[in-house]
Write a new protein. Structure first.
Length: 160
């Protein structure tokens, strides 16, 4: 019976959704306000219907951005790495360290940055569905080519 329980838990974990949010990319800058971060959250939540148990990780690259993101996105895990592409690298590290290929059936990457193309390719190669959510005009071709679905956010917070 413990084998059955383990199998049920494995299937439940494999069905999870994990959302990786590069808040700086969604806001268009590493310097954003709490209101801009709140607007980005509203846009993502409007565009992507997420299950109640979806895990969310928000990445930033500075102390100031981390504070504004935390005030706007209370509840999710927050990660920070200083420097250029710091948010991207912190989020990619989470994806690899938390072994998303064994735990998730769906990963949502909220960024248009090309650095995530390698991650998206890796996830898809292991059977994980990848959705990319980004601002219009901010999506790298490489990332787009490795996504199952791309949702462009409009200024009104709806998928375009």
């Amino acid at each position: 019976t413990s084998d059955c329980y383990c199998e049920v838990m494995r299937k439940h974990l494999k069905n999870q959704t994990h959302v990786l949010v590069d808040i700086e990319n969604l806001c268009g800058s590493g310097q954003f306000t709490q209101a801009e971060a709140c607007a980005a959250r509203t846009m993502v939540e409007s565009a992507v219907p997420l299950p109640y148990d979806a895990r969310v990780t928000v990445g930033t690259s500075s102390d100031e951005a981390c504070l504004e993101a935390w005030l706007a996105w209370r509840g999710p895990q927050h990660v920070r790495r200083h420097g250029q592409d710091g948010a991207d690298l912190a989020l990619a590290e989470v994806a690899l360290n938390e072994n998303l290929i064994d735990r998730c059936s769906h990963v949502v990457i909220c960024s248009g940055d090309g650095l995530f193309a390698i991650l998206a390719q890796y996830l898809r190669a292991h059977g994980v569905r990848v959705t990319v959510v980004c601002r219009p005009g901010s999506l790298s071709r490489a990332l787009a080519s490795h996504a199952d679905e791309v949702l462009n956010l409009s200024a009104l917070g709806r998928a375009a």
